[in-house]
Design a protein around this ligand. Structure first.
Ligand SMILES: Nc1ncnc2c1ncn2[C@@H]1O[C@H](COP(=O)(O)OP(=O)(O)OP(=O)(O)O)[C@@H](O)[C@H]1O
Length: 258
């Protein structure tokens, strides 16, 4: 790990009117690190993720990001163009529902190729070649390249969404319940794939999940949220094996025995 974080969240708060979606959230994320945000439904996980990733305006606090050129600005201080470029290239966002992250009526190849065009790739042959390579990395057969995601199974759609996100070699990926909508057997395959790609590409990841088994498998560190606040944080194994806050103890105790 390097000594400087890729992302720093400081005293972040989001209010919906007078209701607090999340408050007083601070943490650093290092390059190559996977951080899980866990907590029950309504605890503020998605609100936090969306505020950090710039999909939702925060009410107060800072989100600082290490740019490739070494600057470490607050995202609010970037121009709209810079922010958009970041989102299209340096960042990825894997949605729970693949339809939110894919264009369902364009071909699988075009779904992947589009992101390459956003970083300036213009050569059709190259784009198609890279798209084919990425389909194979996410275990989608090359002959499906011209098929639309509407014709894919849930697991295939999710794997295509992952390929679309990773093709530009981003440094930071946000994931919101990436296996939440999938059958258990399909989940395992997608999780396996995510785990190997994250490690191979040395990605920094913030993953929201209510599933502690997913957090255990993918993350090194986690934060536990309750009613919009962080009640516990630490190394994933420590938090899950020796939970200190009563709420975390309850969450851990409610994991079904496998
Ligand atoms: N647009 C909104 N307007 C008002 N309240 C909202 C809005 N979005 C979320 N909330 C509230 O903020 C709180 C946190 O919601 P959030 O979706 O962040 O939780 P979550 O932990 O991600 O839950 P889930 O796992 O069910 O998605 C909830 O009480 C929710 O009702």
């Amino acid at each position: 790990m390097t000594t400087s974080p890729i992302l720093s969240v400081r005293a972040l708060e989001k209010r919906y009117g007078t209701f607090i979606g999340c408050t007083d959230v601070s943490f650093d994320l290092w390059p190559g690190e996977v951080l899980a945000i866990v907590g029950e439904s309504g605890s503020g996980k998605t609100t936090l993720l969306n505020c950090i990733s710039g999909r939702l305006d925060r009410s107060s606090g800072q989100v600082l990001y290490r740019m490739r050129d070494g600057r470490f600005p607050d995202l609010d201080d970037l121009s709209e163009a810079e922010r958009r470029f970041l989102m299209r290239t340096d960042w990825g966002f894997v949605h729970q529902n693949p339809a939110d992250g894919l264009r369902m009526r364009v071909s699988a190849g075009a779904n992947v190729g589009e992101r390459l065009m956003a970083v300036g790739e213009r050569h059709y042959g190259e784009i198609r070649h890279t798209a084919t390579e990425w389909l194979s990395r996410v275990e989608i057969a090359a002959e499906r390249i011209d098929d639309q995601p509407v014709a894919f199974s849930g697991g295939m759609r999710q794997r295509l969404q992952i390929a679309r996100n990773l093709v530009t070699r981003p440094r930071l990926i946000f994931m919101d319940e990436p296996t939440g909508g999938l059958d258990v057997s399909v989940q395992a395959r997608v999780l396996d794939l995510l785990r190997s790609l994250v490690s191979e590409l040395d990605l920094a990841v913030i993953i929201v999940t209510h599933d502690l088994a997913v957090a255990r498998l993918l993350s090194q560190r986690m934060i536990v949220m309750k009613s919009g606040r962080v009640v516990e944080s630490g190394l994933t194994d420590r938090v899950l094996d020796d939970p200190r806050h009563p709420y975390t103890q309850l969450l851990v105790a409610s994991i079904p025995e496998s």
